[in-house]
Write a protein that binds this ligand. Structure first.
Ligand SMILES: NC(=O)c1ccc(N[C@@H]2CC[C@@H](O)C2)nc1
Length: 244
């Protein structure tokens, strides 16, 4: 997976070199190259933004430096589509992460200020994506969210292969509760089943908890998900005990 990012703040992406994403970069499962539009200016002030036509607050990123940076990135990553991070984009979710993880790479365009000149979107952007209905001061954090969600799905990146599969949203349910040592803490105990070593019972308990939590917190997710006979029974059991 090749990530190319067009950004005025390449230093922000040092964060991607930590943790699971850092390991993916170190082992070559992913690569990251940063392209700064400021390096593609030709004036002494290295100008990348200007005032908006039609007036209004703030500044807009100019086409030429962005286009020049994008063209270099495209030459270096010919098969990669250009993704612009923006609240106007389609909503990113786990399904989109799975689809993107199958690609060879992507070029992520992170804007700043009030946004980018629309003619850059028209000429050079293939897809617009949003990580949620809120405004950020730049597209960089949205780009890193997508990079993280995609990288952890790449084969061999997560220590335990099926832990990505177990993740909430991978099977359309929220995650079951997790516990680790000590087994008793200020009178709060770890559920006995988890200490039993009975893996069938543990699996059933976890599925029941995932179903129950989804029912309690995100009933909308349940509506979109077919339940098997066993899942339906486990959920009904959860609801009965939940209602006391
Ligand atoms: N919700 C999101 O994914 C998102 C993406 C980008 C963003 N802000 C940038 C700054 C200027 C313009 O390029 C857009 N805010 C929110």
């Amino acid at each position: 997976m090749r990530f190319d990012v067009v950004t005025l703040f390449p230093e922000m992406f040092e964060a991607a070199r930590l943790g699971v994403t850092g390991k993916a970069l170190d082992t070559g499962k992913a690569s990251l190259k940063l392209w700064n539009p400021r390096d593609y200016t030709d004036d002494t002030h290295r100008t990348v933004d200007d005032r908006p036509y039609g007036g209004g607050p703030g500044m807009v990123m100019m086409v030429e430096p962005l286009k020049a940076a994008l063209q270099e990135a495209k030459a270096a990553a010919p098969g990669s589509r250009v993704i612009y991070l923006t609240p106007q984009g389609q909503r990113f979710d786990q399904m989109a992460a799975r689809e993107m993880a199958a690609r060879d790479g992507m070029i992520l365009l992170a804007g700043r200020y009030e946004g980018i000149d629309e003619r850059l979107v028209d000429c050079c952007v293939d897809e617009e994506w949003s990580i949620g209905d809120y405004v950020l001061s730049g597209g960089e954090l949205a780009a890193m969210v997508i990079m993280d969600a995609v990288t952890r799905l790449l084969p061999g990146v997560l220590g335990h292969e099926d832990s990505a599969q177990q993740d909430s949203y991978m099977n359309g349910l929220l995650d079951f509760p997790q516990y680790t040592r000590p087994d008793a803490l200020e009178g709060r105990e770890v559920p006995d089943v988890l200490l039993s070593g009975n893996h069938a019972a543990i699996g059933k308990w976890r599925l029941k908890q995932a179903l129950g939590r989804t029912w309690l917190r995100r009933p909308d997710l349940l509506e979109q998900r077919e339940l098997s006979e066993e899942e339906q029974r486990l959920l009904e059991e959860f609801i009965r005990t939940h209602q006391g």
